[in-house]
Design a protein around this ligand. Structure first.
Ligand SMILES: [Zn+2]
Ligand SMILES: [Zn+2]
Length: 259
């Protein structure tokens, strides 16, 4: 199983996963042209993508989704609720290429499990991607870690989780009050401390790679997010490969080694 994050933050999100020769893109929150270029950085041709999974309808996850599905014949997997909320922005999606998410399903031999998370979209899901004993789980926009989310992340070798804001920076930033309240609500985003606690609880010996994503540019900074999580992990004697993901940087391909 291989993964590369093509960029993450409020200006765009997209993740490439390859397992057993199935190439998956999760979210397409950059322009079609940018996604194509970002895939080229890791040596991938957009025409070889087998499936596009969408977490929710917000523009930072769907900007290029319609265009790449049309132009490169990529089947899209999205909840019906999210599709209805953003279909006017996606443009026409070929009916044979449109798949509404509900239960787990297979892409060839790769099991995809969507699971609901709390966020301020009409519906938001995270995904697990599993093949044999390999498992990757992600939740990029998540206001609160529910028991379902904890269950779903269990046993993952790769975890991709939001580390959105620092509480004090959020309270002191320029946002209006209603936006601050929305961000920190159970339907908003996850703060550095909550991400750190979640990872400490989640830790198991096969968890080998963690990506911290969707770092806010206004109410967080990369070093603070990384250090907050690392401090909590070290305090609990946990040593994992932790990587902070930037808005505009494509992370090098990471391949699982322990399994
Ligand atoms: Zn969102
Ligand atoms: Zn987002």
């Amino acid at each position: 199983m291989k993964v590369s994050i093509l960029g993450s933050g409020s200006s765009g999100n997209s993740i490439f996963v390859e397992v057993n020769k199935v190439k998956i893109l999760i979210d397409a929150g950059f322009s079609g042209k940018k996604i194509k270029e970002k895939l080229e950085v890791i040596g991938e041709d957009i025409n070889n993508i087998n499936a596009l999974l969408i977490t929710h309808e917000h523009g930072d996850h769907t900007l290029g989704a319609g265009i790449i599905s049309r132009k490169h014949n990529i089947p899209m997997y999205i909840t019906e609720e999210s599709y209805n909320a953003c279909s006017h922005k996606l443009g026409k999606v070929e009916p044979s290429k449109l798949n509404f998410l509900e239960d787990k399903f297979y892409l060839e031999d790769v099991l995809i499990t969507p699971f609901d998370v709390m966020h301020d979209a009409v519906r938001t899901v995270g995904f697990s991607v599993e093949y044999k004993d390999k498992k990757l789980t992600l939740a990029t926009d998540i206001g609160h870690i529910t028991n379902l989310v904890k269950e779903q992340f269990k046993g993952s070798q790769i975890a991709i989780i939001e580390c959105n804001y620092d509480y004090d920076m959020l309270m002191n930033c320029e946002y209006p009050w209603d936006l601050k309240n929305r961000v920190k609500s159970r339907n908003g985003h996850l703060c550095n401390d909550d991400t750190a606690k979640f990872l400490t609880e989640l830790y198991h010996e096969n968890l080998e790679k963690v990506y911290l994503v969707h770092v806010s540019k206004d109410s967080n900074c990369y070093n603070l997010a990384y250090n907050t999580v690392e401090f909590e992990l070290i305090k609990n004697d946990i040593n994992i490969d932790l990587e902070i993901v930037r808005q505009n940087t494509v992370t090098p391909i990471y391949s699982l080694k322990k399994v």
